[in-house]
Design a protein around this ligand. Structure first.
Ligand SMILES: Cc1ncc(COP(=O)(O)O)c(C=O)c1O
Length: 300
């Protein structure tokens, strides 16, 4: 599955305000972000040369930094422009964009008040997160052992690197059992989300999704809720318990990387890839394309 390692791709990376050759976009091993998880990032996609919801992603990046106690030393406008420049410089139209900010090396301990805040933006070509044939069949999820933490234990609204530690562990455990991903419960034992995507269920024509009170309220999640409502489909945000999993007819996950991806199974509970999911997949594809008529509705 591993292709060219990411540090060996070619092109340029925007790094603290200047473009540097891909191979030179390095940081020192004694960087606070590496040791203490003081790093925040974004995952964005460009379709047909336009970064979908670029401003929303930039806003979340800046807010994520603030939730970790640092101010990224660039304005939203500067970051938006830098992302566009990176895409153009890399000559990409359909791509994944990865801004990442972290605390540097001036202090190496729990306290890092004086550390420089760095920002880098890389872009690369990236197809569907899940393999296309697997996507239409629906992916299989296992149940994760780890749970999304109590908001009193972590700044859950931040897209912070440290919060992904339990996601990688959970995804690896699921993959080792032949699943594609894992469904995580929250600290109370309620259904929360997949390791890198939000989750939705369908029953009797209505969509049900967990209230995002301890996990990321994804930008794709919000877009898809808008698209469903535009279609006149009821969307209920509520507490969902794992005991309800056998009762749902359909299931899908959403995320910038995952887009709208059907789920065929969660730990033995089977779901069909039905009409509502297919409609939402099409509507989302139309919404992200710059020339799409559904664009206005989706971004409203
Ligand atoms: C843990 C987690 N939840 C949800 C999402 C979906 O967020 P978005 O739709 O903003 O990409 C992501 C993807 O970034 C994620 O990593």
């Amino acid at each position: 599955m591993a292709g060219t390692p990411f540090d060996q791709l070619s092109g340029d990376i925007w790094y603290d305000g200047i473009f540097v050759p891909w191979a030179d976009a390095k940081l020192h091993v004694l960087s606070h972000g590496l040791h203490y998880g003081s790093s925040v990032f974004e995952g964005e996609r460009a379709y047909g040369g336009r970064i979908f919801k670029s401003e929303e992603h930039t806003r979340r990046l800046l807010e994520s930094g603030r939730m970790l106690g640092f101010e990224i030393p660039w304005t939203a406008e500067q970051i938006n422009a830098a992302k566009e420049e990176t895409l153009a410089r890399m000559n990409l139209t359909d791509a994944y964009i990865r801004p990442v900010a972290w605390r540097g090396s001036e202090m190496m301990g729990i306290s890092a008040q004086k550390n420089t805040i760095h920002l880098a933006i890389a872009a690369w070509e990236w197809p569907s997160y899940f393999a296309p044939e697997e996507r239409l069949k629906g992916i299989r999820l296992d149940m994760a052992d780890y749970r999304r933490p109590d908001p009193k234990t972590a700044p859950y609204k931040a897209k912070a690197a440290g919060l992904y530690m339990i996601c990688t562990i959970s995804k690896h455990a699921a993959e080792s059992k032949g699943y594609t991903d894992a469904l995580m419960l929250d600290w109370r034992g309620r259904v929360a989300e997949a390791t890198g995507a939000n989750v939705f269920f369908i029953k009797e024509g209505r969509i049900h999704t967990p209230t995002p009170d301890c996990f990321l309220n994804g930008i794709t999640r919000q877009t898809v809720i808008g698209l469903a409502k535009d279609r006149g489909i009821d969307v209920v945000e509520r507490v969902i318990m794992p005991e309800e999993l056998p009762d749902f007819e359909q299931c899908f996950v959403t995320g910038t990387a995952a887009e709208v991806t059907p789920v065929s199974e969660i730990a033995g509970n089977r779901y069909e890839v039905g009409a509502i999911i297919k409609t939402l997949m099409e509507d989302y594809d139309a919404a992200v394309r710059p020339q799409a008529p559904a664009l206005q509705a989706a971004s409203g």
